[in-house]
Design a protein around this ligand. Structure first.
Ligand SMILES: [Zn+2]
Length: 405
């Protein structure tokens, strides 16, 4: 259910394509839209009436055509409807309600361990979403879609987590159906690094088409946006950098069972373990943050070492994807300078000048709400994609919360 159709479903001048055009907020006449889609004006009028009926397009103020009668203009109607966004991490759950432009209207966070399993976590999530919707006074039927970020690999066809290493009890869990049954709307699920990449791009780099977001928290993962699209790969495992071989990791054992993984040197848990071995007790990424703030030199050096190893892997990624921006995010970047210095050192000394000349390596700006901003963005882009919308409008709009105005 709710699978996004493949590219073969694309129909030029369809209602979905017209909505894609109008999502930029500009009002356009039938004539404008006929010109942009190459369709007859009567066809455009028909499509507009479908979109007006389901409340996604409204008639805007009239515009005076040059020398002629004023003609009706149509605009995207973002009023009154929302999407829900859920960002689940190893130790937190953040929720948001966003309008149809992706602005967060209300949000909340709970400290909850994902390892407590789906029953415990989802009970809390459903309760919190209900409370959150009540804050801005939004009816459940006005929820158009839900976006979810999970801290593990997600099967893109089913939306289910696939053997997630830090999510015991979640393997194959059908989170999409649980949420869809509750809110009668489509649900889109992806891993947290991908969702964070979308959030960071929306907040800080809207005009950048090629961006990599690297999350350094308990582990290491990345979301890759190439040519404005997220790369998922065949199994949804694209960007899973934590278990790439790193010579600098010196055959350290990794939690995945392998040896010499990048994460065994650069992941927050491994840095903490290494510090403990060296006589600086640390147990989590937040301990690392506190130690750097307290001026602990050993921790600063460990972060720089981690940054250099990460940078070597990112130099290879730079050759593969030629990103414009590499954003380093996750809990550790609250004190990111030593890590970032190490990353830059390796990337700029190893990547080819053509790929690294204009490359920027920066710390994330989207903050604690980056995950929900990205999840909201994913839900909006998915539900308003021409393919998805056309498929829905062919069927039963009420099925996805679109009701006749
Ligand atoms: Zn590993």
């Amino acid at each position: 259910m709710h699978n996004v159709a493949g590219p073969e479903a694309h129909r030029p001048g369809s209602a979905g394509e017209i909505l894609q055009i109008l999502r930029d907020g500009k009002a356009r006449t039938r004539r404008d839209l006929a010109g942009l889609t190459g369709q007859a004006r009567t066809t455009v009028a028909q499509r507009l009436s479908v979109l007006t009926d389901v409340g996604l397009v409204r008639e805007a103020e009239e515009t005076a055509a040059t020398g002629g009668r004023p003609s009706a203009a149509f605009a995207f109607d973002a009023e009154g409807k929302v999407v829900l966004a859920i960002d689940l991490g190893a130790n937190h759950a953040t929720y948001g309600v966003a309008d149809l432009h992706g602005e967060i209207l209300a949000s909340a966070t709970d400290m909850v361990r994902i390892g407590d399993g789906p029953k415990v976590v989802m009970e809390l999530v459903l309760t919190r979403l209900e409370e959150l919707l009540a804050t801005p006074g939004i009816a459940e039927r006005d929820v158009l879609a839900i976006g979810v970020g999970l801290p593990g690999p997600v099967d893109q066809h089913t939306g289910r987590p696939t053997s997630p290493p830090i999510m015991p009890g979640w393997d194959g869990y059908d989170i999409r159906t649980v949420l869809a049954d509750r809110y009668c709307c489509p649900v889109f699920v992806d891993n947290d690094a991908n969702v964070l990449a979308l959030g960071e791009r929306a907040v800080a780099w809207p005009d950048v088409a090629d961006l990599m977001f690297v999350k350094v928290a308990t582990g290491v993962g990345a979301g890759i946006i190439s040519g404005e699209h997220l790369l998922h790969g065949a199994q949804g495992a694209a960007g899973d950098l934590g278990h790439v071989y790193s010579k600098a990791a010196n055959d350290r054992p990794c939690r995945c069972g392998n040896r010499g993984c990048l994460e065994s040197l650069a992941g927050g848990m491994s840095i903490a373990a290494r510090l403990t071995e060296r006589g600086v007790p640390a147990d989590s990424p937040s301990d690392i943050v506190s130690l750097v703030r307290a001026g602990n030199l050993e921790t600063v050096l460990a972060l720089r070492e981690a940054g250099r190893a990460l940078g070597e892997v990112l130099a290879t990624c730079t050759a593969l994807f030629n990103p414009r921006v590499i954003v380093i995010g996750g809990e550790i970047v609250e004190v990111g300078e030593p890590l970032l210095a190490g990353v830059r050192e390796s990337i700029y000394s190893r990547a080819l000048p053509l790929a690294s000349r204009d490359l920027r390596v920066v710390v994330a700006k989207s903050g604690a709400l980056g995950g929900v901003i990205g999840a909201a963005r994913m839900a909006l882009d998915s539900v308003f994609s021409a393919q998805f919308l056309d498929q829905v409008l062919d069927k039963e709009p009420a099925e996805v919360g679109l009701t006749s105005a």
